[in-house]
Design a protein. Structure first.
Length: 110
């Protein structure tokens, strides 16, 4: 995946709005918007580090999608991250059913 795709996924997973990310990372909102556009450039290292820190991921994850460890957070496996994003897109009642089913299956399989 590209920087743009990885950044979009990390933002979605975090639940932050672009404006909030820009503020917390001390990066201009227009820059964040530009990084999310097709054929966007990768930010300068200092900006990429601040963005990654706010999102709880590594710069390496944003650049190449690899599952590396962050100094303060362990990364969520990319497949689990995709699953969580998919569940978040469901209506609340469906989210509840999926989560309850997973809990039940975990008890059976444990």
């Amino acid at each position: 995946m590209s920087f743009r795709e990885n950044l979009r996924e990390a933002i979605d997973f975090s639940g932050l709005e672009q404006k909030e990310l820009a503020h917390k990372a001390n990066v201009n909102l227009r820059n964040i918007e530009n990084y999310l556009r097709e054929n966007a450039s990768i930010p300068a290292a200092d900006k990429a580090v601040r963005i990654a820190n706010v999102l709880g991921v590594t710069v390496e994850y944003l650049v190449n999608g690899q599952n590396t460890l962050h100094e303060t957070n362990s990364m969520v496996d990319p497949e689990i991250r995709k699953l969580i994003l998919s569940i978040k897109k469901l209506p609340k009642n469906k989210q509840y059913i999926v989560i309850q089913t997973a809990i039940h299956l975990a008890g059976i399989l444990a």
